[in-house]
Design a protein around this ligand. Structure first.
Ligand code: F6P
Length: 378
């Protein structure tokens, strides 16, 4: 009999987190299950810091709110956790402490709201005997085995609105306006917002770009009387034969280097200005994509995911991820989600080597973009 469940969030915030918390809590309460929220994700799990979530107070009025009422952990892999010993930074596997905390407090199931990195840790906890159910969160939409992650739809809407605004400046001043968007090594936000926002060029991490092709596209537009262009650039895009733009790096321990992406929009804008004679300006949209109120679509998706996660727990189906498969709610094994990234605690997600869902070249979105003349830099 399921009595107590815990919710934990890891990774960057995404619109819809509170909607998932609300849905899990409501479904739990209806089934006489106590629900708890770990404060600041894996840090709360490690230090046994949690609060009771019930319908009366904690979770009311949160559906439309951005962020997460219980916080989230960032760069906190408890299987490879940074601690200071004798004034030195060392990395330790502290997962056993987390397992003990869950067992001591009789938490029957842990819901992990996060992207590929989080679901990798969730799967590693499953290997240590903890009942886990993952919920796919990230604006990047790059979690394997699901059609879509919650937070993505809102991010696309924010990027689309930005493109609409940049369009007017581009047209008025006969400029090239570049928008750099997030998404790490996947171009979902770029491609969808480019289609929704009527962009002329979309540069994706999945297609190393040739700047000559982009210049050609802009010159063609000039010839047809359109002396402006709108270009969307993924933070993870890079030129053919070149490398990704890295803003900063962070030591993740055990040889793992986490990189912060950024700068490709500026590079592209400078190059286009030099080559076309048009003034080009870059705008980096950044964290605007992650914060704030979720779209109606994300509220619904998050609610569906949260309720489904709790249903799965009630059915005793653990060590799975709730997913949307061909538009229908479903679940898959966390083993499938991590793919070949099997070694417990050794490799974090969120890297080029983890099992990410990137855009395939036969995706409808690619075909649509090409059909309507969006230049993909190839
Ligand atoms: O994964 C979500 C995301 O916003 C990425 O799109 C981006 O590259 C990254 O997180 C930024 O992370 P941080 O919050 O560590 O700067």
């Amino acid at each position: 009999m399921l009595k107590k469940v815990g919710i934990l969030i890891n990774g960057g915030d995404a619109p819809g987190l509170n909607a998932v918390i609300r849905a899990i809590t409501r479904t739990a309460e209806k089934n006489n299950v106590e629900c708890y929220g770990f404060i600041d994700g894996f840090n709360g799990l490690l230090h046994n810091d949690y609060i009771r979530l019930d319908n009366s107070e904690a979770t009311s009025g949160i559906l439309h709110k951005g962020g997460a009422i219980i916080g989230s952990s960032l760069n906190s892999n408890v299987f490879n956790y940074k601690v200071i010993e004798d004034g030195k930074e060392v990395y330790k596997d502290l997962s056993e402490q987390c397992v003990q905390n869950l067992k001591n407090d009789e938490i029957d199931c842990l819901f992990t709201l996060g992207g590929d990195s989080t679901q990798k840790s969730a799967r590693d906890f499953a290997c240590r005997g903890i009942n886990v159910i993952g919920v796919p969160k990230t604006i990047d939409n790059d979690v394997a085995c699901t059609d879509v992650t919650f937070g993505f739809n809102t991010a696309v809407s924010v990027a689309t609105e930005a493109l609409d605004r940049l369009h007017t400046t581009a047209e008025t001043h006969h400029r090239i306006m570049v928008l750099e968007v997030m998404g790490r090594h996947a171009g979902w936000i770029t491609l969808e917002s480019a289609i929704a926002g009527g962009a002329d060029v979309a540069l994706l991490p999945e297609i190393p770009y040739d700047i000559d092709k982009v210049v050609e596209k802009i010159e063609e537009r000039k010839k047809s009387g359109k002396e402006f262009s709108v270009v969307v650039v993924s933070e993870g895009a890079f030129p053919k034969g070149g490398s990704i733009s890295v803003k900063d790096t962070r030591d993740g321990g055990k040889g793992v280097i986490n990189i912060q992406l950024g700068g490709e929009g500026d590079t592209v804008a400078k190059e286009l200005e030099k080559r076309t004679g048009l003034i080009a300006r870059n705008t980096t949209l950044g964290y605007m994509q992650r914060g704030g109120t979720p779209s109606a679509t994300d509220r619904i998706l998050s609610t569906k995911y949260g309720a489904k996660a709790m249903e799965l727990a009630l059915e005793g189906k653990f060590n799975v991820l709730t997913v949307l498969k061909n538009g229908k709610l479903d679940y898959v094994s966390l083993e499938d989600v991590v793919g070949n990234n099997k070694e417990i605690g050794a490799v974090e997600g969120g890297t080029e080597d983890s099992n990410m869902k990137v855009i395939k070249m036969d995706d409808d979105l690619i075909k649509t973009a090409r059909d309507i003349g969006i230049c993909l830099g190839d």
